[in-house]
Every structure is written in structure tokens, then in C-alpha cells.
Ligand binder design. Structure first.
Ligand SMILES: [Fe+2]
Ligand SMILES: [Fe+2]
Length: 283
């Protein structure tokens, strides 16, 4: 079975480079014809309060023929107060704006013999009632997942790939990672996919004697490089081939891209600099 993860589309209602790249990736996704598509957040270009960006992104994403599930990134709903970029803190109002456009911010999909779990990483460590509700929900799903191997998607990485950095918001808080793994005790955690870093990287993680595949998805909007560690700073999406039968539980990620993309630094994207100006942020 194939599923696709796309991430960090960073769409502006003004169109431009990121929208053009997304259109090309949507054609590629429809050619691949996956069972499920997961968007791992930062759907909107920068400002979680811009409904026009959100609505335009939704329109574009409707071009995806397979079922689509989304989880929010920090540019969709804000993030926990500590070290929040541009002071954009997650709030109930921002969460409502997101879920009323895209549906639930956490979900469980049973696809074939697999369980696919999407979680809102941006509320982890926020102390909001929505965070408590997500933890409470997570503790109820093990029974539904049963024996199925599970794939977990979050915007921020569950496992910090850059421990040498002191930037708090590279990954979910350590305490949230422990809580997540505790809540899913007994579930076979076969893989983790995240966004946020705008770089493709694959590694493994030992969890209770099981080797999980850990994937940092590339962005489709613009790439970042140089955060450290082995990684590919190129636009792309991830195709997961999920094993069935004898290969049950096996996760094989593939980096997919196109030769026709426009790959430029964000500061050369007019819609990005316009959004920065609107927020009053200078890089
Ligand atoms: Fe992003
Ligand atoms: Fe992000």
C-alpha cells in the first residue's frame, strides 16, 4: 500500500511560486494514486490569521483525488508560547479557524492493515484544554488500532534530529514525546513522519525493541538547509510503501520530486516577503 506525505506548502492567496509548485506536486500525487494523502502542516504561507491564504490552499488541495487528511503546523495555528515564532502563539480561536476549514487536527485512519495517526504537535506543551483533549483521545485509540502497525504524523518532529541546537521549537517538547510514547504503549510504532524542517532525512529509532522508521519530509514550497546532520534540502514529497503479508509492518520511504519545480530561497518569493511585511517581521 502507498501513502503520500506532503508538507510545508506555505500557500499564499496571492499565488506565486509555492502555489505553482503545489499544483505540480498534485499532478504527481494523482499519478502515484495513493490510498491516503497526509499534509503535515504549514499549509498557509506564514500568518495563521489569514483566512484568504487558508481558503485558497483548501481550493488547491481539492485537486488531490485520494482521501486527504491534514494536521496543522505553526503557521496554521501558532505554537506553544515558549519561543513562538513572531509571537504567534496557539489559541482556541486559531485552532477553530483551522478545523472549520480542514477538519479535525488529530485523527486515526485505518487503511488496509495499517493504522495512520495524525496529531497536532502545535498544542503540545501549550496547556490549552485542546491539548488535554488530544491526550485523552490518544489514550483511547490503542484498542481500535489493535494489532495493526502504526504510522504517526506530526508537524514538528517527535524525535529531535538536531539535539546540538538549543532552539526549543525544532521538535515537540521532551515531556510530550514521553507522554505520546506512553499513551501508545502496546501499539506497534512502525514509523514517524514530520514536517517543519523543510529538509528530507530518514533514520531509525528503537522503541520497546521495535525499529521505527523516522522521516523528516521535505517542503513543497521552499527548502531550508544547513540545520545539521545528513539531510536533503530540496523540494519534494514522501511516498511510503507500507508492507502487507510477509512484509507486514515494513515502512519504506521514497523521496519524490519533479524536474520542473521553482526552487528559490523564501526571501526571493514575493508572496513570502509580502507576508513577512504584513506580520511586521524582519529576518
Ligand atoms: Fe514550514
Ligand atoms: Fe513549521
Amino acid at each position: 500500500m502507498k501513502i503520500i506525505q506532503l508538507s510545508d506548502t506555505h500557500i499564499s492567496q496571492l499565488g506565486g511560486v509555492t502555489a505553482d509548485n503545489l499544483q505540480k506536486f498534485i499532478t504527481l500525487i494523482n499519478d502515484i494514486n495513493p490510498t491516503l494523502v497526509v499534509h503535515s502542516g504549514d499549509i498557509a504561507i506564514l500568518d495563521p490569521d489569514n483566512n484568504g491564504d487558508r481558503e485558497f490552499a483548501k481550493q488547491l488541495l481539492q485537486g488531490i483525488q485520494a482521501p486527504l487528511r491534514v494536521i496543522p503546523g505553526n503557521h496554521d495555528v501558532g505554537e506553544r508560547p515558549e519561543n513562538a515564532w513572531a509571537g504567534l502563539v496557539v489559541t482556541p480561536e486559531r485552532l477553530n479557524a483551522f478545523t472549520s476549514t480542514f477538519g479535525p487536527d488529530h485523527w486515526l485512519e485505518l487503511a488496509g492493515n495499517w493504522a495512520v495517526i495524525g496529531l497536532n504537535s502545535e498544542i503540545m506543551g501549550s496547556g490549552l484544554p485542546e491539548e488535554d483533549a488530544q491526550w485523552a483521545w490518544l489514550e483511547t485509540i490503542a484498542a481500535e488500532v489493535g494489532e495493526r502497525p502504526a504510522l504517526i504524523f506530526t508537524h514538528k518532529p517527535v524525535f529531535n534530529p538536531y539535539p546540538q541546537l538549543t532552539e526549543h521549537n525544532i521538535a515537540i517538547p521532551d515531556e510530550s514525546r514521553r507522554r505520546l510514547l506512553d499513551a501508545l504503549t502496546g501499539v506497534t510504532l512502525a514509523g514517524f513522519g514530520s514536517g517543519h524542517l523543510h529538509e528530507y532525512a530518514v533514520s531509525t529509532q528503537q522503541i520497546d525493541g521495535t525499529e521505527a522508521v523516522v522521516v523528516s519530509a521535505p517542503a513543497t514550497g521552499f527548502a531550508h538547509g544547513g540545520l545539521g546532520g545528513p539531510a536533503l534540502a530540496q523540494l519534494g514529497i514522501v511516498e511510503y510503501q507500507l508492507g502487507e503479508g510477509e512484509k507486514r509492518g515494513a515502512v519504506q520511504p521514497f523521496f519524490r520530486n519533479l524536474a520542473t519545480l521553482t526552487e528559490v530561497p523564501p526571501t526571493e518569493i514575493a508572496e513570502f516577503t509580502a507576508a513577512l511585511d504584513h506580520l511586521g517581521v524582519t529576518l
